[in-house]
Design a protein around this ligand. Structure first.
Ligand code: HEM
Ligand code: NAG
Ligand code: NAG
Ligand code: NAG
Length: 327
């Protein structure tokens, strides 16, 4: 009846949700951006295959906290506690230097053009592809946040003790389905986790004084050796049995009770998620398709706060006031 009014309201809503992301965003301003990111990621992979998994994890920890805005990458300042030392990130997130390397290369080619938030999205896609997983087109055009909050990250990011039903609730807050949750958990097809993240399930699951009964006995012996009671919590183990290859082995391992993290193994124990675990364990194409869909949806989570293109991913650009004061 009032089509123009309807259109006006629609535009307002999209505007408030952030800018429209698109795959050719840097086509004119930095056409080589995606090649530069891929080259640095390839070098990182050759140096240390795990580092690309570590970088891929940034997408999850960035996008779930106030949208994909590189808030995760800000170092703490005397005025602001950032996300790097939040509960799920401290002594755990790593390979920030790979993002720095990508940013340096991009700043040399096209200064001030490509956001750190977009770097995380491109690098995550490349991490999966370099590890033998699927390739997909990423949407670009995000801005970098001016602030970060350690408290927000600590409140949001899930613990390795989580069970499937709490993860379903968490993901649903971001309009991510049960299928998205299971497919995205397949990111644990690459990378490692610390003993710190699993000792509770080896020795005192849910305060029972007993191990998690869903761990396959031989695998449990192996994990007990890797992570003895009162051992070094920083020792790491593989998240699945092929930790540098992005494949569906992770889901086969879950079916066999050989999931490293409690949060992963409960995806097989819990009926609503189990059907997807079983499907992906026998159908790698279904996993790859649903994973890509999930990564794109997660990448669409936007911040509603003002942003900028940071020159250094670790710090916000200097305010004009400071520039005046310095010169
Ligand atoms: C579903 C909820 C999730 C939980 C509870 C979870 C939890 C964890 C934990 C506890 C670790 C090991 C950390 C450590 O011990 O230091 C880990 C590693 C990892 N996570 Fe997740 N995660 C989840 C979802 C995701 C998603 C959605 C992604 C990416 C799309 C992701 C990517 C990774 C990667 C690649 C690693 C290995 C990192 C490395 O080797 O440095 N995770 N995750
Ligand atoms: C932290 O979360 C609160 C509540 O969601 C939000 O209002 C605030 O803007 C967030 N802070 C940052 C720095 O993102
Ligand atoms: C196991 O966990 C419970 C509850 O968190 C705790 O009270 C108990 O002391 C723990 N036992 C051991 C051996 O750590
Ligand atoms: C791991 O290493 C860090 C840095 O050396 C240390 O501060 C931390 O306490 C260690 N964490 C565990 C669980 O042992």
């Amino acid at each position: 009846m009032y089509p123009s009014l309807f259109l006006f309201l629609l535009v307002l809503i999209i505007g408030a949700k952030g800018t429209q992301l698109r795959s050719d965003y840097y086509f004119e301003t930095c056409p080589e951006a995606e090649f530069i990111v891929r080259d640095v990621m390839k070098m990182a992979f050759n140096r240390e295959p795990r580092s690309v998994a570590s970088v891929m994890r940034f997408q999850f920890h960035d996008c779930f906290v106030n949208g994909c805005d590189a808030s995760l990458l800000l170092d703490d300042t005397p005025e602001m506690l950032g996300e790097k030392l939040a509960l799920s990130n401290i002594n755990s997130l790593r390979s920030y230097e790979v993002v720095d390397e990508i940013k340096d290369a991009l700043e040399r080619a096209c200064p001030g053009v490509v956001s750190c938030a977009d770097i995380v999205i491109m690098a995550s896609r490349d991490a999966v592809f370099l590890s033998g997983g699927p390739y997909w087109d990423v949407k670009l055009g995000r801005l970098d946040s001016l602030i970060a909050s350690q408290e927000n990250s600590s409140n949001i990011m899930p613990s390795p003790r989580s069970d499937a039903s709490s993860l379903i609730d968490l993901f649903s807050k971001y309009s991510l389905s049960v299928k998205d949750l299971v497919a995205l958990s397949g990111s644990h097809s690459i990378g490692k986790g610390r003993c710190f993240s699993i000792v509770f399930r080896l020795y005192n699951q849910s305060g029972s004084g007993m191990p998690d009964p869903t761990i396959e006995p031989e695998y449990r012996v192996k994990l007990n050796k890797l992570c003895p009671v009162c051992g070094d919590g920083n020792v790491t183990g593989d998240l699945d049995s092929t930790p540098v290859v992005f494949d569906n082995q992770f889901f086969k391992d879950l079916v066999n009770g050989r999931g490293f993290l409690n949060s992963d193994q409960t995806l097989h124990t819990f009926p609503d998620t189990r059907e997807y675990v079983e499907l992906y364990s026998v159908d790698q194409d279904a996993f790859f398709n649903d994973f890509v869909e999930g990564m794109i949806k997660m990448g669409d989570l936007q911040s509603d706060q003002p942003g900028e293109i940071r020159r250094n991913c670790r710090v916000v650009n200097r305010q004009p006031l400071n520039l005046v004061a310095d010169s």
